[in-house]
Design a binder for this molecule. Structure first.
Ligand SMILES: [Zn+2]
Length: 394
């Protein structure tokens, strides 16, 4: 490779300042702006800007030439990749702008909750500016760990410590962005992400069948079925809205949970490997019959009667939040409550199977949280010995 640093006005070789402007007008300072011209594999290429998008000066031009030389040495030099436009397009701020633009469209289509959208916009404004000027391909575990340590210490603009949960949310949204980058071919691999140890344990709340029934009365009639169905089967909201009619086996009274909505896509599970049949009790079965009637096997099981389209996760989540008059989320009101409610009804293995947990430790949590039962045990202890009597006899 041959590389030259040229004045960007007269295109003569320069080594700092070029006097070409001065010759015409002695009042003016010399020209410090330059460009690089290289000759590589039989072709000439010119570059005018540095990696941050600024017009090259002698120092940045020397650095860029050295960078190109090292890329050629490693065999990873791609001349068109180095053009000013391409360089700009690989900047974090450019890519995240594109990503947010797509999220905005999803928001318009009702595929994204306004709450989530507000969050990612504020994460970008308050925290992600840390990555300004970075080439997205250069952001790896080290940069991300520094980001976590330096930028995620305090709540933006305050001296209040950022909670673990917020840190997690900020990194999760960033991870979603990197997944998108990979999908679009902007990066080859998603970098490893630093872990956040959860110091503020969030407690999930479950509600009783009575509270569920009461809350359902406040939900508009036409949207009750999917929520009731989740309460009686323990399937997750993302699973419920993805069910196809063909996954419902009315004769055997089971539902095959074969797919789920994750982010913007429906994720299929390998049949008979990961999918497990979920039994349908009388209520779930009657809902199933109603929603399978007259539909094709590949139709969606639940259709939002208002939009005539499949439900979005956000729609049901929002509906529950606004109207249920409970303190719990839709997930807590349905799947989490289902898991808590079956604990006193059966043994741990059956419960694990009904909860569709691969790992029994997840099921254990529900047993640990089963406070009513714990109280029964200690109450029994208290009544076994009459302390007053023991004392008197001494
Ligand atoms: Zn010049």
């Amino acid at each position: 490779m041959k590389g030259l640093i040229l004045c960007n006005k007269c295109r003569k070789k320069m080594d700092g300042v070029c006097d070409c402007v001065k010759k015409k007008n002695p009042e003016k300072k010399g020209n410090q702006k330059c460009l690089i011209r290289i000759y590589h594999k039989g072709k000439y290429y010119e570059y005018r800007k540095d990696d941050r998008g600024f017009i090259l000066t002698y120092d940045t031009a020397v650095a860029k030439l050295a960078d190109i030389a090292s890329q050629i040495k490693k065999g990873i030099f791609n001349p068109t990749d180095c053009t000013d436009e391409k360089t700009k397009q690989r900047k974090f701020e450019f890519q995240i702008g594109q990503w947010l633009e797509e999220r905005k469209e999803e928001l318009g289509n009702g595929e994204l909750s306004p709450e989530h959208y507000t969050h990612i916009i504020s994460y970008n404004k308050n925290y992600y500016s840390y990555f300004m000027g970075h080439d997205v391909r250069d952001i790896g575990l080290e940069t991300l760990s520094n980001f976590k340590r330096e930028a995620l210490k305090y709540k933006a603009g305050t001296d209040e410590r950022l909670r673990s949960k917020s840190k997690k949310n900020i990194l999760n949204a960033l991870h979603a962005f990197f997944t998108w980058l990979k999908k679009n071919g902007a990066i080859k691999e998603i970098p490893a992400f630093p872990e956040i140890k959860n110091s503020d344990k969030t407690r999930r709340l479950a509600i009783s069948r009575e509270v569920q029934a009461e809350a359902l009365q406040k939900i508009p009639q036409e949207h009750i079925d999917p929520i009731m169905f989740m309460m009686k089967t323990g399937i997750r909201p993302g699973e419920a809205i993805a069910i196809l009619v063909k996954s419902v086996d009315l004769n055997n009274r089971v539902l095959w949970v074969e797919r789920a909505r994750s982010g913007n896509t429906y994720v299929e599970r390998v049949k008979n490997k990961e999918a497990l049949p979920v039994p349908l009790n009388d209520i779930a079965l009657s809902i199933a019959k109603k929603h399978c009637a007259g539909k094709f096997p590949n139709s969606f099981f639940f259709i939002n009667p208002i939009t005539q389209k499949p439900y979005t996760r956000w729609f049901l989540w929002d509906l529950w939040k606004r109207l249920s008059e409970t303190d719990v989320t839709l997930y807590e009101a349905t799947r989490h409550s289902f898991c808590s409610q079956i604990v006193p009804l059966t043994d741990k293995l059956t419960a694990q199977r009904l909860m569709r947990h691969k790992d029994g430790r997840s099921t254990d949590n529900y047993y640990h949280a089963y406070a009513d039962h714990l109280l029964d045990v200690v109450q029994g202890l208290d009544n076994a010995v009459d302390f007053a009597k023991v004392k008197n006899e001494k």
